[in-house]
Design a protein around this ligand. Structure first.
Ligand code: FES
Length: 229
């Protein structure tokens, strides 16, 4: 029997996939040829975490769930422990209903992540990373680049990215979550996707040709299809 990962969390004795998870597992395993089902370890751990969220309000993967995944995929338990403890996305202890994952890597830091972190601490009462608020509503985790630097700073809440955060938008977001509302994710500065923060910088006035422009120039630009020529 492999050594179980060290844990300071109260671990449930048993875990079993429910009907919703079983339906998803059947579809996932069908993607892999016989003998290759170990490739499904990531999605099955994810399903276990989501099931825990549905059942308890806290998205995490207890060791009993890792053991069930190992048994289902005919893997040595240590192989599943290795995967679950490597990826930050799997929570090895209970988290709050809203898991605040704050990116503090350089682009987010340059754009004000320190202020967003401070606002989260002030509004939740959480002082240290990895802690959960007394009311069980929020947990705070420091994360590395979330791959959305173009709209930095980023605050990930559960699965959603809230972008272009500042103190005011952080306050509005956490107050809404506390009321039970989940605001639409995306840019809090009103950007469309990752459009420039300062508005359009190209194609401005492209539809209105200057009245003084020679007709041949206008004609050439139109026929070449080159914008801005
Ligand atoms: S540095 Fe924060 S999303 Fe990339």
């Amino acid at each position: 029997m492999a050594d179980r990962p060290a844990s300071d969390a109260a671990q449930p004795e048993h875990f079993a996939f429910d009907a919703e998870s079983e339906a998803a597992i059947a579809k996932i395993l069908a993607k892999y040829p016989p003998g290759r089902q170990a490739s499904a370890v990531l999605p099955l751990l994810d399903l276990a975490q989501r099931q825990m969220s549905r059942a308890t309000g806290s998205a995490w993967v207890p060791i009993a769930a890792m053991d069930v995944v190992a048994e289902r995929l005919e893997m040595a338990p240590i192989r599943v422990y290795e995967v679950a403890t490597f990826y930050l996305m799997f929570n090895k202890r209970p988290v709050g209903k809203f898991h605040l994952q704050l990116c503090t890597t350089t682009p987010c830091w340059l754009r004000g992540s320190d202020e967003v972190v401070a606002a989260c601490r002030r509004l939740t009462g959480i002082q240290g990373w990895g802690e959960t608020s007394e009311d069980g509503m929020f947990s705070m985790t420091e994360v590395e680049c979330l791959g959305a630097c173009v709209n930095a700073p980023i605050l990930q809440v559960n699965d959603d990215f809230y972008e272009d955060m500042d103190v005011a938008s952080t306050e509005r977001l956490l107050q809404a979550l506390r009321r039970g509302e989940v605001p639409p994710p995306g840019s809090m500065a009103g950007r469309q996707g990752s459009a420039p923060a300062g508005g359009l910088t190209t194609l401005i006035g492209a539809s209105a040709a200057p009245s003084s422009a020679p007709s041949t120039t206008t004609s050439n630009a139109t026929s070449s299809g080159a914008p801005g020529e």
